[in-house]
Design a protein around this ligand. Structure first.
Ligand code: PLP
Length: 389
């Protein structure tokens, strides 16, 4: 097998997709499963966004377009970033990608040589580690500690960034914990990246799903010359299946990003980009409504989980995940998750899907209906009580 394909075979631990497949296999046998493993909004894409795609298709926009994105969307994204982050970027630094995920892979390919180290959050989005390995880099996990509400701290990065450290990946609000990096840590992380001459990837895909202040690392003074901002439409606009995201990249990386688009997918479909333009420039009520609903569900879920003896759950400041501590159950989190699926009919992810630092925790997504959440917590509570005797 070619070396790259072999590396692809080694990627990561069990993913959300694999748990979903096991849950679906149970459903095929006639079992009912409540799905709290999925990381995508349960809301429909807003109608004005769907209508824009339809208009584009009907206007015949079905051919290749520019690899970096159509000019109207790149300009709208630059304007959005200027307004939201107060950073003066022009459209020439915006690269439109098929979902936000390619921004991660492209950043690694553009900055990391084989053997270079990439610092990444543990627990964190598992694709960080697998993409680093895929590119021949060396992942260096930075522990996110429960006692610090799973926020990445500059001291922990400093202690692990040696001479081969090339890239630091930060994610706030974060998957899987919902944690938000505070103002002081954001400043320190950016300063550290400069001091150690590392590139910085700021994954802000959940940036508009924060329930309080959520400072952007990209917006910190001195950040943008060495920082790639990863953002997109999947979460904020309920558009996971459209595959639309973007990177705002330092001038030195623009050409590489464009080449990677040319050499991989050529371009994002024009009618998908038309939908993105409508999502960014049209009414924004759907974002606010979704955030308010997620907040209500977060409050319900954290209260209900904390009422179960043996479970402890912090109240995350963003995204749509809770990350309860199940250490008091005295079993590995993979076993707890597996038994919750088999015995309680609730699909959740073990924290170890997100790195060894996730041991002792589960990730529950509250991108599910309030009725599903209520039933799930009741079934989880009954199982926990029974399993503790
Ligand atoms: N970054 C994080 C932290 C995510 O959780 C996800 C999706 O789950 C992504 C990036 C990728 O987003 P997209 O679906 O737009 O590729």
């Amino acid at each position: 097998m070619p070396a790259l394909a072999a590396r692809a075979g080694q990627l990561g631990t069990e993913s959300a997709f694999e748990v979903l497949a096991r849950a679906q296999a149970l459903e095929a046998q006639g079992r009912d499963v409540l799905h709290l493993e999925i990381g995508e909004p349960d809301f429909p894409t807003p109608p004005h966004v769907v209508a824009a795609a339809r208009r584009s298709l009907e206007a015949g926009e079905t051919r290749y377009v520019q690899s970096a994105g159509v000019p109207a969307l790149r300009s709208a994204i630059a304007a959005h970033v200027r307004q939201r982050h107060g950073v003066a970027v022009g459209p020439e630094r915006v690269i439109v990608t098929a979902g936000a995920k390619p921004v991660l892979l492209f950043t690694i390919l553009a900055t990391v040589d084989p053997g270079d180290e990439v610092l990444l959050p543990d627990p964190g989005f598992p694709i960080y580690e697998s993409a680093v390995r895929f590119a021949g880099g060396v992942p260096v996990p930075v522990p996110l500690r429960p006692e610090n509400a799973f926020r990445m701290r500059a001291e922990d990065v400093a202690a692990r960034s040696g001479p081969r450290a090339r890239l630091l990946i930060c994610n706030s609000p974060g998957n899987p914990t919902g944690s938000v990096i505070g103002e002081e840590d954001a400043r320190k992380l950016v300063a550290l990246a400069a001091e150690r001459d590392m590139w910085l990837l700021s994954d802000e895909i959940y940036g508009r799903l924060a329930y309080g202040p959520a400072p952007s690392l990209f917006a910190q003074p001195g950040a943008e010359a060495r920082t790639v901002l990863l953002d997109g439409f999947s979460k904020a606009h309920a558009m996971t299946g459209w595959r639309l995201g973007y990177g705002v990249v330092p001038p030195a990386l623009v050409e590489t990003f464009v080449r990677l688009m040319v050499n991989s997918v050529s371009c994002v479909p024009p009618f998908v980009q038309a939908a993105g333009l409508a999502a960014l420039t049209g009414p924004q009520d759907h974002v606010d409504a979704m955030r308010a609903e997620f907040r209500r569900r977060r409050d319900f879920l954290t209260d209900a989980l904390n009422a179960v003896p043996g479970l402890r759950c912090g109240v995350p400041d963003g995204a749509f995940y809770v990350f309860p501590d199940v250490r008091a159950l005295g079993r590995p989190s993979a076993e707890v998750a597996d038994r919750l699926l088999q015995e309680a009919g609730v699909a959740v992810l073990p924290g170890t899907c997100f790195g060894p630092g996730g041991e002792g925790h589960l990730r529950l997504s509250y991108a599910a209906s309030p009725a599903t959440l209520a039933a799930a917590v009741s079934q989880i509570g009954a199982w926990v009580r029974a399993s503790r005797g």
